[in-house]
Design a protein around this ligand. Structure first.
Ligand code: MRU
Length: 367
């Protein structure tokens, strides 16, 4: 991974240690320049807008693993572009190294385990490769990566309209992690719904969980919402129960990394707890995710692989150890919310209300 200059396509207005201001409608977390794939380094936001340039599939894998780019749809799009870099390196100029190319795809697939969008995108790459010659592959995979990115933009817009329509005006919403422009190809999943609901004057304001240990809520969601002047109030996860008891919040709205055939949903750790709290306090719970996040091969959430990340992410903060010496940490990156706690799964195909296997199958077919 190397460093890159800012790209055309991101409306940078100012940048500095404590102030990065952009036109969020123009933000894309990644940019293909014809030779390489560059990512906004999400680990450094909001203090710095810094781009990381990846010229190889291995560099893209590393960027995904190390959270330079994150969020289920964004990871899938990144993997599709990574496959283009792999095809160029392995197949151009008569090299014919399909075995090497498949190894590169496997390396991309191994970068993170939970978001099924990654495997969905790579399955599309493999299916395309099976139909085309070595000479055709680089251009065909480039067209595929572009299509995967553009499809995500369109799916975000449809989900935003479907989701916003469910929200009765007058209350706040609570969201978790970051599900916006940084996590997707477009305006976002849950955050896309929140954007649309705000524009339609359906919500009064937004509460965002800070989302330990990576602070996607405090650093990324708050940053995105501030750019659009949507009022956002951060809470520690531990404050969610008290907030929901006040009656100020009408919906908890979250994204997903993988949705099983019965509607069980894996998302950022802490989501399950929010769903339990929402049910306890009569607050509705919405999951927003494109079809690329639905895994109909898994009958329920028990089969979803849950990534466990290094202990140090919990024991330290901003690179400094905060925990007592000798303490250990358990750091699952995701949890599974049972479908029975979800009021609506919003997809680009429509809304699955009170999801179960039969209702999911109506939109997504069998496994
Ligand atoms: O570990 P992350 O930051 O990749 O986790 C992201 C999430 O859990 C998001 O909620 C999910 O990917 C949906 S993003 C549109």
């Amino acid at each position: 991974m190397g460093e890159a200059a800012p790209h055309v396509g991101i409306g940078v207005e100012s940048r500095g240690e404590s102030e990065v201001s952009v036109d969020i409608n123009q933000v894309s977390s990644m940019c293909w320049d014809g030779l390489a794939l560059s990512f906004i380094d999400q680990r450094r936001l909001p203090a710095e807008l810094h781009w990381v340039r990846c010229e190889t599939a291995t560099a893209v894998s590393q960027a995904i693993r190390e959270m330079v780019v994150r969020g289920a749809p964004a990871i899938g799009i990144a993997a599709a572009w990574g496959a283009v870099l792999a095809a160029r390196a392995r197949l151009c100029d008569g090299r014919g190294d399909r075995i090497g190319l498949l190894a590169d795809l496997d390396e991309l697939a191994a970068s993170r385990p939970t978001a099924v969008n990654l495997f969905w995108a790579l399955d599309r790459v493999r299916a395309a490769l099976a139909r085309i010659s070595d000479a055709e592959a680089p251009a065909a995979l480039e067209a595929l990566a572009r299509a995967i990115h553009e499809e995500d933009v369109a799916m975000n817009r449809r989900m935003a309209e479907f989701g916003a329509a469910l929200i009765e005006p007058g209350k706040a919403v609570l969201t978790h992690c970051n599900t916006g422009a940084l996590a997707t190809g477009g305006i976002g999943t849950a955050l896309g719904v929140i954007r649309a609901a705000w524009q339609q004057q359906r919500i009064s304001d937004v509460y965002a969980d800070e989302t330990r240990p990576w602070l996607q809520g405090a650093r990324l969601t708050a940053w995105e919402l501030v750019q659009e002047s949507i009022p956002v109030t951060l809470i520690c996860e531990g404050a969610a129960a008290s907030l929901l008891r006040t009656g100020r919040v009408g919906w908890v709205i979250v994204g997903a990394d993988r949705i099983a055939a019965n509607g069980d949903t894996a998302n950022k750790i802490g989501t399950y707890g929010l769903a339990v709290l929402a049910r306890r306090h009569g607050v509705r719970f919405m999951v927003v995710a494109p079809g690329s996040t639905v895994d109909m091969t898994l009958p329920d959430g028990s089969g979803i692989p849950i990534e466990e990340r290094p202990e140090d992410e919990v024991l330290s903060l901003a690179g400094r150890r905060i925990a007592a010496p000798g303490a250990r940490a358990w750091n699952p990156s995701f949890d599974v919310t049972p479908a029975e706690l979800i009021d609506a799964i919003v997809t680009e195909r429509g809304v699955v209300a009170s999801p179960d296997a039969a209702r999911m199958a109506r939109l997504f077919g069998g496994g």
